[in-house]
Design a protein around this ligand. Structure first.
Ligand code: NDP
Length: 254
């Protein structure tokens, strides 16, 4: 009988950190479903790369701000999984999709606040809740937080507070899902060179140097610093780790 691979769903897997997570998860012998918001072409490139590794993969569109779309999305996704991967369930969920909000506290509008809540907290909460109906016991969930949940930079009040909220939520999920042997952890990256925030860390030399100077290991982060850590959490070697916040920042502001 064919030995079926486990399956991971990675939100925002088309670019940046999610792309590297998806590829590294595949390198662990896990099939991957990745989502994109508007960038189908880049998502398809990630799918092609995963196939060259020898794992199955496909990409679906999802707006993680839109909770009302989740039931239909999951139903469609499970149909694809059954057809293309020969399985009826998921094993891992990585809640990675996200956008930056840099706005002074006094200038933050209610619309900006609601949008950030939807993508960074409400979407994560309900996608996890609904996806769990399709998850095998013994699997895992990784929620992506940020160094900004621990240290504070002006302009990140909503973003940083929501990421701190995700860290609290992670502990509650770990507590309630332990009975199903599902581990739930947070990975909190430091500033990483991606498109995030208009490519601030990657493209603004002064900011990049500022990050390097406040980081023990002396540079800003790269997507390849994060993906392998998330992938490790999707392996049996990590099965006894739950409710933890793992900061992957090269020692920023310690
Ligand atoms: P990128 O901007 O490089 O990529 C964002 C990803 O999220 C893309 O795949 C994008 O899809 C997807 N996305 C954007 N909006 C939505 C939406 N409304 N619904 C669903 N998917 C969406 O960001 P990063 O890879 O840098 O960030 C990934 C995560 O890491 C985020 O949660 C972020 O908060 C966190 N993080 C990032 C840090 C950094 O410095 N980069 C530091 C700490 C945490 P598409 O390609 O289709 O647009």
């Amino acid at each position: 009988m064919e030995n079926k691979s486990k399956i991971a769903l990675v939100t925002g897997g088309s670019r940046g950190l999610g792309r590297d997570m998806a590829i590294n998860i595949a390198k662990k012998g896990i099939d991957v479903v990745l989502t994109y918001h508007s960038n189908k072409k880049e998502a398809d490139e990630v799918v092609a790369e995963i196939k060259t590794i020898g794992q199955k993969a496909f990409a679906l569109q999802l707006d993680t701000r839109d909770v009302s779309s989740f039931d239909k999305f999951l139903e469609g996704m499970m149909g694809h999984i059954e057809k293309e991967m020969g399985s009826k369930n998921l094993d891992f969920l990585v809640n990675n999709a996200g956008t930056s909000l840099h706005q002074p506290f006094m200038e933050t509008t209610e619309d900006q606040f609601d949008d950030a809540v939807n993508i960074h907290f409400k979407g994560v909460f309900f996608l996890s809740q609904k996806a769990l109906n399709f998850m095998n016991d013994g699997g895992g969930i990784v929620n992506i937080s940020s160094g900004l949940a621990r240290f504070s930079f002006p302009g990140y009040s909503v973003y940083g507070a929501l990421k701190a909220g995700i860290e609290g939520l992670t502990r509650y999920m770990a507590k309630e899902l332990g009975a199903r042997r599902i581990n739930v952890n947070t990975v909190a990256p430091g500033a990483i060179e991606t498109d995030f925030g208009g490519g601030l860390t990657r493209d603004n030399k002064a900011f990049n140097t500022q990050v390097a100077n406040m980081t023990a290991l002396g540079r800003a982060g790269l997507p390849t610093d994060i993906g392998p850590v998330v992938a490790f959490l999707c392996t049996d070697d990590a099965k006894w780790i739950t409710a933890q916040r793992i900061e992957v920042s090269g020692g920023t502001l310690i």
